[in-house]
Design a protein around this ligand. Structure first.
Ligand SMILES: Cc1ncc(COP(=O)(O)O)c(C=O)c1O
Length: 383
């Protein structure tokens, strides 16, 4: 099988028995040896579990990598990917990466001796000038949150290869349905599988996919040594979510574009951030390597005309919640929620205005989503 939509449905047959069309949930924590002399495929669930293994093989196939590894959260996956480095190593990282990754880098890995330089990875010259003799990798997100800035995987990977560095890509926002970083030159892909891959706000999971055997061995060693593995039950749920990844995303992206088209007719909307629509920033760069821009977008409400807090509070269908990538629509006010720990000056320097709203679009009927926007805009209009 070669086509992506087929790979979403058909996990490797090796883990199915007695005609079961899905992989069973293997609860066993330990596995019996036939004899002392004979080895077993799995011996202990932290080191390997058939349900998790099926998922991991599927992740590798979807991302066109060598091996996949499933973890109990996106942060556990990122921790494992970065734990291949040692004290004294230097990383160049995107300056708009997920806040939890920043915290992991600056409040954990810094203490164990990693050196870090954050740059705007859209600027290839900034990347080049941040590279030092001890630099080992470039870590970034091809689409950032909440301003949806686009960085080309291929361009970054070319710089990395020139300097003998690894390219590590967080592909959470696009998923392998829209972007495959490994064929574009990335060495390691990480995911918060809590988001699009599982898709239903009911699984916390992470994934690492490696491009070659040497890296696979390094990540496997860390996965087994640290032990933050995904449970067999959650591996099963994640495999179930993955089956509908493209069906969900097709609808979510369609809804996203329709919502933006509506917002573009609203005078109180100052700016829309979404590289999936022509004439919006990042469109050309993104479409050189990704099929679509996913189903998260942001927009700025003119806070002289509309009270952004009231707008968000008055939405009924869009749940006021962090996270993204699920079948239900969510709304978030970065200045008061995800980026609240930044001072107003720091927020503005990061491009986050008080009226910036971030939406994760679900699969509801678009007519209802637009109606909800309309009534919340009316309720939040200033006199
Ligand atoms: C881009 C990105 N990477 C990683 C993470 C962390 O994943 P998790 O929350 O599953 O640990 C998140 C969470 O929001 C994210 O948005």
């Amino acid at each position: 099988m070669t086509e992506f939509n087929t790979k979403l449905i058909h996990v490797p047959d090796g883990e199915k028995f007695d005609g079961s069309v899905i992989v069973p949930i293997y609860k066993a924590t330990t596995y019996q040896y036939p004899s002392v002399e004979r080895s077993v495929r799995f011996d202990y669930s932290r080191s390997g579990n058939p349900t998790r293994f099926a998922l991991e093989q599927q992740l590798a196939e979807l991302e066109e990598g060598d091996r996949g590894f499933a973890f109990s959260s996106g942060m556990a996956a990122i921790h494992a990917a970065l734990a291949i480095f040692k004290a004294g190593d230097h990383l160049v990282v995107g300056d708009q990466i997920y806040g939890g990754t920043f915290r992991l880098l600056y409040q954990f890995f810094k203490q164990w001796g990693l050196e870090i330089t954050a740059v705007d990875t859209r600027d290839l010259r900034a990347i080049e000038s941040a590279i030092q003799p001890n630099t080992k990798a470039i870590y970034f997100e091809p689409i950032t949150n909440p301003l949806l800035r686009v960085t080309s995987v291929e361009n970054v990977a070319q710089i990395a290869q020139k300097h003998d560095l690894l390219t590590i890509v967080d592909n959470t926002f696009l998923s392998p349905y829209y972007l495959k970083p490994i064929p574009l030159g990335a060495d390691i892909v990480v995911h918060s599988a809590t988001k699009y891959l599982s898709g239903h706000s009911d699984v916390s999971a992470g994934a690492v996919i490696t491009a070659n055997k040497k890296l696979s061995e390094r990540i496997y060693f860390i996965q087994n040594a640290l032990g933050a593995v995904l449970s067999p039950e959650d591996s099963n749920e994640l495999m179930r979510g993955i089956k509908t990844l493209s069906v969900r995303l097709d609808r979510q992206v369609k809804n996203t574009k329709r919502l933006i088209q509506f917002l573009q007719t609203v005078a109180a909307v100052d700016k829309v951030y979404y590289p999936g629509i022509q004439n919006l920033e990042g469109y050309r760069e993104l479409h050189q390597e990704a099929a679509e821009a996913g189903a998260v977008f942001s927009f700025e409400l003119n806070s002289q005309q509309i009270d952004p807090v009231k707008f968000v509070d008055n939405l009924h269908l869009f749940a006021l919640a962090v996270s993204l990538g699920s079948v239900e629509s969510l709304v978030e006010l970065p200045s008061k929620m995800s980026h609240a720990e930044l001072s107003p000056e720091e927020q503005l320097a990061a491009g986050i205005k008080p009226g910036l709203i971030r939406i994760s679009v679900g699969i509801e009927d678009i007519k209802d989503l637009i109606t909800d926007f309309k009534q919340a805009l009316a309720a939040a209009r200033k006199e």
